[in-house]
Each structure stands twice: as structure tokens, then as C-alpha cells.
Design a protein around this ligand. Structure first.
Ligand code: ZN
Length: 299
């Protein structure tokens, strides 16, 4: 692991993203194994299976788009705004390797068991929106229609429409009765000037990989590398590798500021019936308690 990489290490994280090139620099790839980070989010947000599936795909999109984005952003948010069972899903990936997000309907109920979960029912029709935020807080946003019922295909469509880049995208998410078992993915992108035959070859190989599940499920991050070799050949070079972990970054002061936005009248009303007011972070479910003097001046 490069100690001087752009992504400082995250203590205790098992999830990994790696990026590199192949085919003599004609192809660029990003691969991710996010199981531990997404499982931590699932546990904290108490997500049901269908909501976990939707969150996992959105997390793969965010974590892998971040290193592909021009002028690597400070943070990148992927929002899936569909009319399906889980409602709006948002995941934010940050340049320090932190990952967090929300699902509007945490315990959406689909038909069948964990093996029958359908992503098209979870997301429905709507928009895939990508927001890049730089160090100074400037935002750049673009979006495409969500039409495929398959976020990997939607992401390839996004890269084509918004960035004029041809890419093949593969996601593998597997759940069992206890929670998330594996969550991994791969994006292979053709750099400008790449021969059409090199791109066709990768697309053909990726279509032939019947699923990411097998490789990622049995071997985790190593499985992602096996997958890379199958998709783009043994002669790929990994240039960067960094850990990703669930991390919220919320603070008591941040939540206090949000409560203060309610205004004095509403806050006084809350304290008429309660000794303390609690605020729960939507991303990590941490609860912060506030007393009257925390929120209302002594006057
Ligand atoms: Zn939080």
C-alpha cells in the first residue's frame, strides 16, 4: 500500500478500492471490495435486505466514481432518485476513504427471500445524480435518467452521457439471512484514443464473466483482483490501493446547529414538555442529547 497515496489509511477498515491501468495504458480500471464498510452502514441504519441491496449498489457507484472523476473531488455523492420501494438512496464517498449514506425507506419489503431481491423493484424509474464537491465546497452536478433497473448499466450510461467515456461496469452484491455477505465491483474505462478492438475485447470478456459474486464471495478483495485478471488480462498495473471504511464525521456541534435552525419559538415549545431534546444523525444513527441551556440562551 502506498503510504503517500492520496487516500490516508482508515484504521480498522477491511474494504479496499484499487485503481490502475491495463493494455499498455489504453484502459483504466477501478475495482472495489466494500463489504465491511457497507455492512457497518447496514447495521447502523438497520437496513432490511432490499434496502441493503440498493445501498450496496449505490455505495459501489460512489466509491468507484470518486477516483475516476476529473480533478479528484473532496467528496462524491451518488443519489438514486427513483419511484421504487426504497425511495431515495444517497451514498457519499470521501477522499479520506470515508463512506456513509442514507436510504429513505430503511426496511423496504420486496417479494420473496434474499435470493429473489430485485433491484428494479427497489429503485424503480427516476434519476441517477452525481455530485462532486471540491475542497472549497464548490459543487458540480450531473444526472441521467434511471431506465435500466440495473445500476451498473445506469452508471455506464452516466459515464457515456456526462463524461463522454466508454466504460464497462460490473457490480456484485450478495446477501444472506444475516446481512451483507459480499459487495464488490469493477469499472473498466477506455482512455481517449483507445483502439476499438481493445474496448470490444474487454466488453466481451466482461459479458462472459457471469457474475462478480463468485470471485468476490469466495476471496474478498483478492477475488476482485482475480476478476480483474479475467476481465483485462494479467498485465494490468495497480497504481493506487486504499482502504475504505464506514465513517460518518457528524458531531454534536453539527447537530446542535441543525436544531438551532428550528428557531427559538419552536425550541421553547419542545422544552415545555421535555427536559432534553434528542437528535439522531441520519447517516450513522448516533443520538445526541441536548438540554435547555445548550439550545436556548439564558434570557
Ligand atoms: Zn453521524
Amino acid at each position: 500500500m502506498r503510504a503517500d497515496g492520496p487516500f490516508p489509511s482508515v484504521a480498522g477498515a477491511g474494504a479496499t478500492v484499487l485503481a490502475g491501468t491495463a493494455s499498455a495504458g489504453q484502459l483504466r480500471f477501478v475495482a472495489a471490495e466494500l463489504t465491511s464498510a457497507v455492512e457497518e452502514a447496514r447495521r447502523r441504519l438497520d437496513l432490511g435486505p432490499l434496502s441493503t441491496l440498493a445501498f450496496s449498489h449505490t455505495a459501489l457507484a460512489a466509491a468507484m466514481l470518486l477516483p475516476l472523476a476529473a480533478k479528484r473531488p473532496h467528496r462524491l455523492e451518488v443519489e438514486v432518485l427513483g419511484d421504487g420501494l426504497v425511495g431515495k438512496v444517497m451514498v457519499e464517498a470521501r477522499s479520506d476513504g470515508g463512506l456513509r449514506g442514507t436510504v429513505q425507506v430503511p426496511r423496504a419489503v420486496g417479494e420473496g427471500g434474499v435470493d429473489d431481491l430485485r433491484l428494479d423493484a427497489a429503485f424503480g424509474k427516476g434519476l441517477l445524480r452525481v455530485r462532486r464537491v471540491d475542497e472549497r465546497g464548490s459543487r458540480y452536478e450531473s444526472q441521467v435518467g434511471l431506465v435500466q433497473g440495473d445500476l451498473a448499466l445506469d452508471l455506464a450510461h452516466y459515464l457515456d452521457q456526462s463524461e463522454q467515456r466508454r466504460a464497462a461496469v460490473l457490480f456484485g452484491v450478495r446477501l444472506d439471512a444475516r446481512g451483507l455477505r459480499r459487495c464488490g465491483g469493477l469499472i473498466v474505462e477506455a482512455l481517449p484514443g483507445t483502439s476499438a478492438s481493445a474496448v470490444d475485447e474487454v466488453e466481451r470478456r466482461i459479458r462472459e464473466l457471469d457474475s462478480v459474486h463468485g470471485a468476490v464471495e469466495s476471496r474478498g478483495a483478492e477475488g476482485v483482483e482475480t476478476l480483474l485478471a479475467a476481465a483485462i488480462g494479467e498485465h494490468h498495473r495497480v497504481h493506487d490501493r486504499w482502504p475504505v471504511g464506514f465513517r460518518c464525521g457528524c458531531s454534536r456541534e453539527g447537530l446542535r446547529q441543525r436544531l438551532l435552525e428550528l428557531g427559538g419559538d419552536q425550541l421553547r415549545e419542545l422544552f415545555e414538555t421535555e427536559e432534553t431534546v434528542s437528535a439522531e444523525c441520519a447517516y450513522c444513527a448516533e443520538t445526541y442529547l441536548f438540554e435547555r441551556e445548550d439550545l436556548l440562551e439564558a434570557n
